[in-house]
Design a protein around this ligand. Structure first.
Ligand SMILES: [Zn+2]
Length: 479
């Protein structure tokens, strides 16, 4: 008989239910009551989330803030009496952090500009001012038209983007009816990848550097991958005029920092720059970007771990994970301080409630998720199976269950089963004591794009369920 353990985060609290999978044994309601009381009455989860997002702010992998956030998490884990509190490191490349940014339209009239430098952008030589020029470069054939014309200029790479008035909410959350409908949907295919434009973008970056452009400004990308209906697809991102979606403007390798400084400007302000240039009005922008690059003295990539030791001599592990890192241009509250805070709070609650679990409960706060699930990849390679050959390693047989928390935020309503309908009865049993908290939905659909996907890929041959619970993704293995 196995005793899988499942964690739900909801309403800022974390509940843990112990239930049996095969030979049903009764739920331990005494333990459950203690867990509920600790989680619902004395929750500290909002304090964890506030520390991560308000105090440390953006936690770009390789930045000092990411390391400080990890230091803080390790201090809390240690204070709570957890064991094996540690970091495991992996090579990441040069880190980057922002020191200062300001931008103004200076001609034909003054306007402070809302913007944010792209990650790994170089800095400017102090405050610099240049005339704005709009370029239309879609391929290498276009370079010749601009050769010798961009030195000292602020280059606008994109056309303007018309902004119809936004109607309805900016942020969409599935209604209860949507969730019910989604329960009956098939597992969607993954959206087809975009054509790989990396090689051309590198050539364009080198061209702009060689031409001595002063800075590159754009208004961010238009598209976002979304789950809509029964499939994942690319949709136009809904934005208002002040929205900025900031990407990456340089590399982490030895060439880091050798690029033209780049920043994203709020859409409607960017549109104004384009309109001015198209009118033939002399338009200048003053910009000041100071950035810092952090050499990989010790590996800039790391995952942070803590454990609550189990009593089972077989040493099986239930694994909770969420990524601690964020992108650079926001405080990373919902992506993913919520998940990290929930994972931390789950362990705190278990200790505070005096729970003595049979299996060891291990928590991972991943790094490098935003650059391609790098932390969970490194863990899988080190402990579970090298992707080359996929031969299982020692940690493979010990892992009983992996639960991941990412994919947004909001009250937990249920589980997406990743097509593993065989796991549905287990989840139904686990849901029973949580129904009063609104946890009721079981759907067959898949979600991807976060760390559970790494863990799941290597365990595909085993019974596994990965579940998104409207804000929390759960992977359940070996029922
Ligand atoms: Zn995330």
């Amino acid at each position: 008989m196995r005793q899988p353990l499942m964690v739900f985060t909801l309403l800022g609290s974390t509940l843990i239910v112990v239930a049996s999978a095969q030979s049903p044994s009764p739920v331990d309601y005494q333990v459950l009551a203690k867990i509920r009381e600790e989680g619902l009455v004395r929750s500290q989860v909002m304090d964890h989330i506030g520390t991560l997002s308000d105090v440390y702010g953006a936690r770009l992998t390789g930045s000092p803030a990411m390391r400080h956030a990890s230091d803080w998490a390790m201090k809390k884990f240690t204070e709570w009496g957890l064991t094996n509190v540690r970091r495991e490191e992996w090579s990441f490349g040069k880190g980057w952090s922002l020191v200062r940014f300001s931008a103004h339209l200076t001609e034909p009239s003054v306007q402070p500009l809302i913007g944010y430098p792209k990650a790994w952008s170089a800095g400017t030589a102090g405050s610099v001012t240049g005339e704005v020029v709009r370029v239309d470069i879609d391929s290498e054939d276009d370079f010749a038209r601009y050769t010798g014309k961009l030195a000292g200029r602020m280059v606008l790479l994109q056309p303007s983007r018309p902004l119809p008035m936004l109607e309805g909410p900016v942020v969409l959350r599935m209604s209860d009816a949507d969730v019910r409908e989604a329960e009956r949907m098939p597992v969607p295919p993954v959206a087809s990848p975009r054509p790989d434009t990396a090689a051309f973008r590198k050539k364009l970056a080198d061209f702009l550097l060689a031409e001595k452009a002063l800075a590159v400004l754009d208004r961010g990308s238009d598209d976002v991958m979304v789950a809509g209906g029964s499939e994942l697809s690319w949709k136009t991102q809904r934005v208002d005029g002040g929205t900025i979606f900031v990407g990456v403007g340089g590399t982490r390798d030895e060439g880091a920092g050798r690029n033209v400084p780049s920043a994203v400007i709020a859409v409607e302000q960017y549109n104004r720059l384009v309109r001015l240039v198209e009118r033939g009005v002399r338009t200048t922008v003053q910009i000041d970007i100071e950035t810092r690059f952090h050499k990989e003295v010790e590996p800039n990539g790391f995952n942070t771990f803590a454990e609550l030791q189990g009593t089972d001599p077989r040493g099986e592990v239930v694994f909770l994970g969420a990524h601690l890192d964020s992108t650079h241009a926001a405080a990373g509250a919902t992506d993913n301080a919520t998940g990290s805070g929930a994972v931390m709070e789950a362990l705190r609650i278990l200790v505070a409630a005096g729970v003595k679990p049979r299996r060891t409960i291990r928590a991972a706060l991943w790094g490098g998720e935003e650059q391609g699930l790098l932390g969970s990849r490194a863990y899988v390679k080190a402990h579970l199976a090298d992707p080359e050959g996929m031969q299982p390693k020692a940690g493979n047989d010990k892992l009983a269950l992996y639960l991941n928390s990412d994919n947004g935020t909001g009250r937990v309503r249920g589980v997406w089963l990743q097509g593993n309908l065989g796991a549905a009865p287990l989840f139904e049993r686990w849901f029973a004591p949580l129904r009063d908290l609104g946890v009721t939905v079981l759907g067959s659909r898949s979600v991807t794009s976060t760390d559970h996907h790494r863990v799941r890929r290597w365990r595909r041959s085993r019974a596994s369920a990965t579940a998104r619970i409207s804000g929390v993704t759960i992977a359940s293995t070996r029922t």
